[in-house]
Design a protein around this ligand. Structure first.
Ligand code: J2J
Length: 529
């Protein structure tokens, strides 16, 4: 029997509430009424309107036959309809699967086979890509998908809201300990992993994050990363900001001009970025003096290693507090505090956000290592999952028998009792905050008729953190170029962020002493090129 988390252990915690997100929204609407809850590039919506629209859409989902417990693929960019859909599904106890707009057929198929969603909600078009043909193809291939709902100006979602408005739907009861969302685990191997978060633990996650940020109703939170991602969704993100009555600004794309425009125009007080985005925003600020970021109170930076020099530069040049954020969609969050000294903030990722978080740093035999020594970071606690969704085998590897999640990250305790991350133990590429498993890309590459063998590594890169380099043994004398690889991978249908940035041909592999491909040697070779 594997370890099962005992939720009753956490019931005394401040911020822990056995309640569904649908009910939370009702309470917020009551409390914050006509205040603006969310704005996007086209519209804004008050707390009360958000509740009303979520009620209408929930009733419409029920009418279409979406049932409590049904899984629903949600693939929407940062816009108000995302928020309405999230709460509408919560209200009827249906479970959104948080796809990213970047995902394509290959990612979708893995998830659909695992979770058997009853419906698929897509945006009609985003950043030049039309999602409807892809959605239809999925529906045709997988009979579990009974409905496609399209979010467009004249499309299903707004029509459904209009149709049922005014109806007083009776919704199924939702228990806070039921699953609220399925998040995508960063970097999957062949079989994708889904992260089940309950209403209660996820709300607690948002509240503890908000508390660490000292968030209140005067705050304006900018979500510029895709809001389906745990960081802008709940750390404190969208959900944490709504809980305190603040305003959420949804930027439609993660580009430096969108981010800086939004900060300037909306008086943003807090936002979350990955290190690669901070660098490009800084460059933009250097040559365009029209931006005004003086409203910023906190800049959260996380998702990938933040170089000491970049941390120092942010502290020196930005008019706000840097908050280093170590986060995982599986749970554990560790942030610095706004009250910490700059010199400390620049060199650590702070402390876990909940007093009930249990964190261990261990050696290869799972024995605790002393302060100042790197080991693997393990965690267990109120908002950390005790297993992936329907993944018995993966769970044996990813969790200890007593329920600690193995992050696969290298970390140590500093002498001030803070966590400092030191890269990955497990093989995973972190490209500008997006997580990629080499084995997944290797499998795709080997489907190419000219490629006999492939080995993929992450190579240190000044801008991206890691760039993806694919080493190939090919059949063809003339070789194969990067463009051809990209074309081929696009045809398979994979997210653009997984495309190799560099390819190298090899005749033979460098091997380790036990005869495995020596990926460290490949990394060095890629760097030298
Ligand atoms: C080094 N590596 C980091 C950091 C995450 C907030 C912020 C990020 C995520 C996230 C998140 C890091 N320094 N500061 O969910 O709520 C790497 C680690 C970790 C993995 C988790 C959040 N912050 N990482 O990135 O689930 O390798 O969540 O295990 O996508 O990102 O990835 P993910």
């Amino acid at each position: 029997m594997s370890y099962k988390k005992d939720m009753s252990k956490y019931e005394h915690l401040e911020g822990w509430e056995r309640c569904g997100f649908g009910e939370q929204l009702d309470k917020w609407a009551e409390k914050y009424g006509e205040r603006t809850a969310v704005t996007d590039s086209e519209d804004e919506i008050s707390y009360m309107e958000l509740k009303q629209k979520a009620d209408c859409l929930a009733a419409a989902f029920l009418r279409k036959g979406i049932l409590k417990g049904d899984k629903v693929l949600v693939q929407l960019p940062n816009r108000i309809s995302f928020v309405i859909v999230f709460f509408a599904l919560s209200k009827i106890g249906a479970v959104p699967i948080m796809m990213l707009p970047a995902h394509r057929e290959a990612e979708l198929e893995g998830i659909i086979e695992l979770a058997k969603p009853a419906a698929y909600i897509v945006v009609e078009k985003y950043l030049g890509f039309s999602y409807v043909p892809m959605a239809n193809a999925m529906k045709e291939k997988y009979s579990c998908i009974r409905h496609i709902f399209v979010d467009s100006e004249s499309g299903d979602i707004s029509g459904m809201i209009a149709e049922t408005c005014g109806e007083n739907g009776a919704f199924p009861a939702v228990d806070g300990y039921e699953t609220a969302v399925l998040l995508l685990s960063g970097g999957t191997t062949g079989v994708p992993k889904l992260i089940p978060r309950t209403h209660t633990d996820y709300m607690y996650n948002a509240r503890m994050s908000a508390k660490r940020c000292r968030l209140d109703s005067s705050d304006v939170y900018l979500a510029s990363l895709p809001v389906a991602h745990n960081f802008p969704l709940c750390c404190p993100g969208l959900l944490g900001t709504l809980d305190v009555g603040g305003k959420v600004v949804l930027a439609s794309a993660t580009s430096p001009d969108d981010i800086l425009d939004a900060i300037t125009e909306e008086g943003v007080t807090i936002t979350a970025l990955v290190p690669a985005m901070v660098t490009v925003c800084m460059e933009m600020l250097e040559w365009d003096e029209n931006y005004d970021i003086s409203s910023l109170r906190i800049l959260q930076v996380g998702g990938a290693m933040l170089e000491d020099s970049l941390a120092d530069k942010i502290i020196e040049e930005w008019p706000c507090k840097l908050m280093q954020v170590f986060g995982t969609a599986e749970g554990l969050l560790s942030f610095t505090s706004p009250e910490d000294e700059g010199s400390l903030i620049a060199r650590c990722q702070g402390t876990p956000v909940s007093p009930a978080d249990e964190v261990k740093i261990v050696d290869e035999e799972d024995k605790a290592v002393p302060e100042g020594v790197f080991g693997e970071l393990l965690s267990r606690g109120p908002y950390t999952i005790d297993g992936y969704y329907m993944a018995e085998e993966a769970n044996k590897k990813s969790f200890t028998p007593d329920g600690f999640y193995r992050t696969g990250d290298k970390a140590m305790w500093t002498k001030d009792g803070r966590l400092r991350l030191g890269g990955r133990i497990k093989e995973q590429i972190n490209r500008a905050g997006e997580k990629i498993m080499p084995s997944e890309i290797e499998a795709y590459l080997c489907r190419h008729s000219k490629i006999k063998e492939a080995a993929v590594v992450g190579v240190p890169d000044e801008t991206l953190g890691n760039r993806i380099c694919a080493f190939l043994v090919t059949d063809d004398e003339a070789g194969i170029d990067l463009q051809e690889i990209h074309r081929f991978l696009r045809e398979i249908g994979i997210a653009a962020y997984k495309m190799p940035d560099q390819i190298e041909r090899v005749e033979t592999w460098p091997l380790t002493s036990v005869g495995k491909i020596d990926k460290k040697a490949l990394e060095r070779m890629a760097q030298e090129k």
